[in-house]
Design a protein around this ligand. Structure first.
Ligand code: ZN
Length: 408
């Protein structure tokens, strides 16, 4: 039984995939449902067939391929990621997880000691545009969302049809709870924690929850030339202080949570008019919901003070949130043990970005492992992960599948 994946194979597939939708800047442009997205997924299905796997496109348009195990009664272990990219994105985000899963399937399929569990390799659709495919696979995709237009210009409904799915029969693709033994995803970190700490493998403790608010400051719009400074109710001044206050509150508490004001909209938004209204977005992310609640309360209190000082009123409206998805301790333990046995150093970390694993965690024990992103860069043509790190990640994934396969 081979104890490691074939590095040449792995890197060649990664290179082949990055040629589909390659951009002049050295990046990859494969937004979900675009022609290049479809082409890449077809290439992946070809590789799956070459490995003797049974390929299936579910009604949401996700690709699944199955390698039979030695015990047909056992539920499959699922590994994989996604092959769509952000516009002019990188060569590793998603793609690495899929090609590594294929290489694991090849290694296990060719070895003498077949796993007991069937192995499924998945290429989820439209991860970058709202983690759509895995959301559908766990029955959480709202029918209303199907009318939304993706970056490629297709609605999700039309996109799913383009992928060979059927948007009117999404119930058919839902994975029943317990129908899968585990889900494990290898992904690039997209941050610089591993690089900074000099670690080889990141053990993901969970995927942070994200909470969004719309925060509006209401003042009085008036003439910028004739309104004395002391008579102003400047909504933009309030919002500017709010941006600073958010940063202040978020950095005043130790932890890995983050808080961002990413957009500020002014009304009427003219150079010679004092803003009567300013609307800020606020998003907070953390693994622990109670931490976010405390931060939110502190931010709300500060906003109240700012409103009083500036003669404005403030209103918070919660728009949407995703719940934190802790990873399964057995998967975390398996990653730690396997990496250690391979002589690779590990670090525990939270994922600040969303991933398909957060949805799969709803139906089965799920986990993720990260490999370092050089300079922490991702979603850009400059996204880069060293060959050795890609290979290390695939080898840990292989070991983790074997480890989980040995559990009941
Ligand atoms: Zn990704």
């Amino acid at each position: 039984m081979s104890s490691s994946v074939d590095a040449t194979n792995l890197l060649a597939r990664l290179r082949d995939l990055s040629a589909i939708g390659a951009t002049a800047s050295g990046g990859v442009h494969r937004p979900a449902y675009s022609d290049d997205d479809l082409a890449a997924r077809e290439v992946v299905r070809g590789w799956m067939r070459e490995l003797g796997m049974t390929v299936h496109v579910d009604t949401a348009g996700n690709t699944f391929a199955r390698l039979e195990g030695s015990d047909p009664a056992l539920p499959p272990i699922v590994i994989g990621s996604h092959t769509d990219t952000v516009p002019d994105g990188g060569r590793y985000d998603g793609a690495l997880g899929v090609v590594a899963a294929l290489e694991v399937a090849r290694t296990l399929g060719e070895g003498k000691g077949r796993p007991r569990h069937p192995l499924e390799v998945v290429d989820f659709q439209n991860e970058e545009g709202g983690i759509v495919g895995s959301k559908a696979a766990v029955g959480r995709l709202d029918a209303a969302e199907l009318s939304r237009t993706a970056v490629s210009g297709f609605t999700l409904r039309d996109g799913i049809r383009r992928l060979g799915g059927d948007p009117d029969r999404l119930d058919d693709c839902v994975l029943a709870t317990g129908s899968r033994a585990a889900y494990v995803e290898l992904h690039i970190e997209q941050g610089s924690v591993l690089e900074r700490g000099g670690n080889d493998i990141g053990i993901v403790e969970g995927i942070v929850g994200i909470w969004y608010w719309e925060v509006s400051f209401d003042g009085v719009a008036s003439h910028a030339g004739t309104t004395p400074m002391r008579d102003r109710h400047d909504a933009l001044l309030a919002a500017a202080r709010f941006v600073d206050a958010v940063h202040d509150v978020v950095t005043s508490v130790p932890g890995r949570h983050v808080g961002t004001v990413g957009r500020l909209t002014m009304h009427p938004g003219a150079p010679n008019v004092i803003a009567g209204r300013a609307v800020a977005t606020l998003e907070l992310r953390d693994l622990i919901a109670s931490t976010v609640e405390k931060l939110y309360q502190a931010i709300e209190a500060r906003a109240g003070e700012i409103a009083r000082d500036t003669g404005t009123t403030v209103h918070f409206r919660s728009t949407t949130h995703t719940t934190p998805a802790p990873t399964d301790p057995r998967v975390r333990g398996a990653i730690e043990r396997v990496a250690g046995a391979l002589g690779l150093s590990t670090a525990f970390l939270a994922s600040g970005a969303g991933h398909d694993a957060q949805h799969m965690a709803i139906v089965c024990p799920s986990g993720m492992l990260f490999v370092p992103s050089v300079n922490g860069l991702s979603h850009t043509p400059r996204e880069f992960t060293r060959d050795q790190d890609c290979v290390n990640g695939a080898n840990v994934l292989l070991g983790v599948v074997r480890h989980l396969d040995a559990l009941d």
